[in-house]
Design a protein around this ligand. Structure first.
Ligand code: FMN
Length: 165
């Protein structure tokens, strides 16, 4: 039995190891708050519905950045390009000022749109569902566009890779 849970017959390391074999793209989800810009790296982003246009991601209930995005009520999903590993590392950390080394401008909804991203998706916060130790966040898409047609940054087995076309 697990050391972590009476109902889960495996431990957290096994869960992370197996699920790490599912490759994901890397996004940075940002929002503008009264205290300035906030953002966090997110690999759990995915599209959900075309009509209405909905996307989702999951965020740890303990994340300080997710609390700020939630308060803002709207956010921008920045889809990282294959040369943006450094940005993923910064936004995957608990650094005080994650925006100090990167250029950005405001997207249509006012959230930070990072320089050099492949594409972005602006959303209003639609709903928040319970997902165990994470919240599952649905976003209603309000604006989106492709910024350039380069390769994508990928996260796989705990490391970074690239998808190039
Ligand atoms: C590639 C990558 C993907 C990540 N995906 C997620 C995710 O889907 N959900 C999540 O809660 N955290 C994810 N994280 C971790 C958060 O980015 C990190 O915990 C957060 O930025 C910590 O800062 P905070 O406590 O200020 O929110 C990911 C990190 C990296 C590097």
């Amino acid at each position: 039995m697990s050391e972590n849970s009476k109902t889960t017959p495996f431990d957290g390391a096994k869960y992370r190891q197996v699920l790490g074999h599912f490759p994901t793209g890397v996004t940075v989800i940002t929002a503008m708050t009264d205290d300035g810009p906030a953002g966090m790296a997110i690999g759990s982003f995915t599209s959900v519905s075309l009509d209405p246009a909905l996307v989702l991601f999951s965020a740890s209930k303990t994340s300080a950045s997710w609390a700020k995005l939630r308060e803002a009520g709207k956010f921008c999903v920045n889809i990282l390009a294959d040369d943006q590993e450094d940005i993923s590392r910064v936004f995957g950390s608990k650094a005080d000022d994650k925006f100090s080394e990167i250029g950005w401008k405001r997207s249509a909804n006012g959230a930070p749109l990072l320089n050099g991203v492949l594409a972005y998706v602006d959303c209003d916060l639609h709903s928040v569902l319970d997902g165990g130790d994470h919240d599952i966040i649905l976003g209603a898409v309000t604006d989106l566009d492709v910024k350039h047609e380069g390769g994508a940054l990928v996260f796989f087995r705990g490391g970074y890779g690239r998808v190039a076309f």
